[in-house]
Write a protein that binds this ligand. Sequence first.
Ligand code: PGA
Length: 256
Amino acid sequence: MRLIVADDYDAMSQSAGDELVSIITKRPSASVLVATGNTPMGLYRELANRRQNRQFDASRLRVFQLDEYLGLAPDDRRSLYGWMLRSFVEPLGIPSENVVRLPGDSDDPDAAGAAFEETILAAGGIDVAILGLGPNGHLGFNEPPAEPDSPTRVVDLTSASIDSNGQYWGGTEQVPRRALTTGMRILLAARQTLLVVSGAHKRDILSRTVSGPITPDVPASLLQAAPNVMVFADRAAWGSDLSRQAVQALLPATEI
Ligand code: PGA
């Protein structure tokens, strides 16, 4: 795991953008698992600008949706699919046939989750996962505790996730109580992972993610044992009780 601490949110988004453009340039047909949430939006704007400046071509990427509320039609204003289309797929000019939706509105969401995993495996697995960090340590909607081999499945959202998702939709009462999430076993098998973390409210969970015990109780801590994980944090998120020396000892590649 590598931790890159940038001065502020914009610098963090640019730094993650540099990395992602380099990955896409090397592998233009990469399979990408795409998060929504507030944190990656700066990164996606950065990518959209660079694509407009013809710095890279995203048209061959294959996109997989990370998570979705249960029971929402794709055109529901709260659909995470719609958010992913608006923020990532459309600005990057990715054709709709390259996008694999996680169908939270399926009559049999567990079977749909299994089919989704088969599609990922048939595509050769995920090349790069773009993830945000939940205030409770969740990745996607892998709420704690989440076992490393957990499949793509239906989950009950915790009150922490309902509270934090309320900001997207105008109040917690707007937030569905259940979701379909890509499972930890797919996330942890990604060839590369970019985790973006911003803001002082993420300090405690960031320090538990990068240097706490590896435990299902903090699903993001399982990334410590995954290959090629880069954590991009801004200084506000980084201002944890960990000393710089302590983190550098744990994570020698840390850039601060
Ligand atoms: P945020 O959400 O980027 O809006 O903080 C992260 C998450 O809950 O996974």
